[in-house]
Design a protein around this ligand. Structure first.
Ligand SMILES: NC(=O)c1ccc[n+]([C@@H]2O[C@H](COP(=O)([O-])OP(=O)(O)OC[C@H]3O[C@@H](n4cnc5c(N)ncnc54)[C@H](OP(=O)(O)O)[C@@H]3O)[C@@H](O)[C@H]2O)c1
Length: 286
């Protein structure tokens, strides 16, 4: 598969988003493991997760543990796999999402993720979302400390605006390697962050690239241009969406969520789908 860079590491141009396998509506473990194995078979070397991808208060880190088990039971080579996780979001178990960006909490959360993933150092650790109760510099300072201590190999942020991207990169002394923001045909307000990442050479990971778990299946009926280009190529509108993102800048690495082998296989094929300049312009303007 086509590859892209996160810092000095090469990863597949399409990653796997783990969230649908661990939150509301999650499938049984057998189907999730089959999905992760299908991704690895297809050449995926980036899996995105978070300690907050779980349902109940007592299953924190469900997705991280699931991925660790699936990787352990995979027969093939996983030495080049980057598991990207996050800290700073919490789910108390009542369906809500809460925040804790305090440095002490983030360091403790990273330690717990490290244990669940069963690795010496986390491949990519991302500060999940700014916490208005904590100075951004203090939260990112904790990520810098984790990097300096060797607990994480690479540092990223998520849900950040351009000023926060610049600030985080400064606090990390130029070692910010990724920004993960919402970006899809339905949600384009992260264009300035995408452009800034392209300028600075920082990987940009669009989250909910297909519009999110509930909307992903309807993408073609909501966005006619994507359905029409898909029809012309004989592929799915979802695949066209991911190919359009890849064509936007070489730093873009979409992480479509999946809970079925067939959807991640279809998404991965976007890395081989070439769009004409006219098609790209049409989708970009849609
Ligand atoms: N940083 C953050 O704050 C944040 C927030 C949200 C999400 N994320 C990350 O971003 C990832 C992606 O976002 P998301 O999962 O919310 O939404 P998404 O990727 O927009 O949509 C996920 C859904 O798309 C379906 N799908 C995937 N590929 C498809 C294809 N080729 N054709 C048709 N349907 C397809 C999947 O269906 P099946 O389930 O049937 O396979 C899945 O449930 C998450 O998994 C998570 O890792 C991060």
């Amino acid at each position: 598969m086509q590859t892209r860079h996160i810092g000095d590491v090469q990863v597949s141009a399409i990653g796997l988003g783990g969230m649908p396998m661990s939150i509301e509506g999650r499938p049984d473990e057998q189907r999730s493991v089959a999905t992760i194995h299908a991704a690895l078979d297809a050449g995926v070397t980036l899996i995105d997760t978070a300690d907050a991808y779980h349902l109940r208060a007592n299953d924190v880190g469900h997705n991280e543990s699931l991925i660790a088990r699936a990787v352990a039971s995979y027969g093939g080579d996983t030495s080049g796999l980057v598991i990207a996780t996050k800290g700073g979001h919490l789910r108390p178990g009542d369906g809500s999402w809460t925040l804790n960006g305090s440095p002490g909490y983030l360091k403790q959360a990273a330690e717990a993720s490290l244990k669940r993933l069963g690795v010496d150092a986390i491949g990519l650790y991302q500060f999940h979302r700014p916490d208005p109760k904590v100075l951004y510099a203090d939260s990112v300072g904790a990520i810098r400390d984790l990097l300096d201590e060797g607990k994480i190999r690479h540092a990223g942020i998520s849900n950040a605006n351009p000023a926060q991207i610049r600030q985080a990169n400064e606090i990390l002394s130029g070692r910010l390697v990724s920004v993960q923001n919402q970006f899809s045909p339905a949600f384009r307000s992260s264009e300035p962050e995408l452009e800034l990442c392209a300028k600075l050479g920082i990987a940009f990971l669009p989250w909910s690239p297909l519009g999110g778990i509930a909307q992903a299946g309807e993408l073609g009926s909501r966005f006619a241009a994507f359905a029409e280009v898909a029809k012309a190529h004989g592929v799915s509108p979802q695949q066209v969406t991911l190919a359009w993102m890849l064509a936007k800048a070489p730093v873009v690495i979409p992480i479509p969520g999946s809970s079925r082998p067939e959807t991640i296989r279809d998404s991965v094929a976007a890395a081989d789908l070439s769009l004409s300049a006219d098609e790209f312009a049409r989708l970009d303007a849609a």
